[in-house]
Ligand binder design. Sequence first.
Ligand code: DGL
Length: 262
Amino acid sequence: MDKSPIGLFDSGIGGTSIWKEVIKLLPNENTIYLADSKNAPYGEKSAEEIISLCVKNTELLISKGCKLIIVACNTATTNAIDYLRKNYTIPFIGIEPAIKPAALYSKTGAIGILATKGTLASKLFEKTANEYTKNITTVEQDGDGLVPLIEQGKLDSKEMKNLLEKYLKPMLNFNIDHLVLGCTHYPYLIPQIKEIIGDDIKIIDSGEAVAKQTKAILEKHELVAGIPNKHPHQFYINTDKKVLKQILSDSTADFFISELEF
Ligand code: DGL
């Protein structure tokens, strides 16, 4: 039993889509979330730059006593998780685009993947895609520009609509029946995405799977909190907290947001 917090980090506010699933499944746990919004988007950076940002975030979470870290960002996971696991002793949970279930359940034999350039270019993504999509047509699309608009809270803007149409409409020509959201920011765009692709294409994100994996790893390492958490969940952000506050407004959990230089 361990009442220390679970740490999560993302290039910004998108990883809160994972945080929501984690606290739903593990209500006894306390958490600390780092939104490195100042450095978003990670998806346009080199693997070396992403690794060094992940090290900075990890060090801060460890200094705050976290017992396990969820890398709540596909781009950070696919570029840096091997490095983190080799260099730190605490357990890390990563998140990758959910290609496997999409490929497995596809009836049309075609799936779409919307992710950042950094994720699509990573070796880990290539390995996973090769493993599961041998007989499947995969339509990969870099979601360039989406993360900065989400960070600015411009979910319903004309710019967002234009970008999503540009990225998603061509996928429809391939008769995809699953769309994998390979970035933790993108679940916040599901209503806008559905307006373009309709309700028949299944949209898959990895939030629930990550929460289940976190539970399993906590149990394996005997790190489960055991008794209900009495402290507010703590969020740190290195830019203005306004949009983060908006995005968390549907949460019933007790939380506190601090603006912090990191
Ligand atoms: N939430 C991050 C992800 O899942 C966004 C990446 C970025 O900052 O470009 O990939």
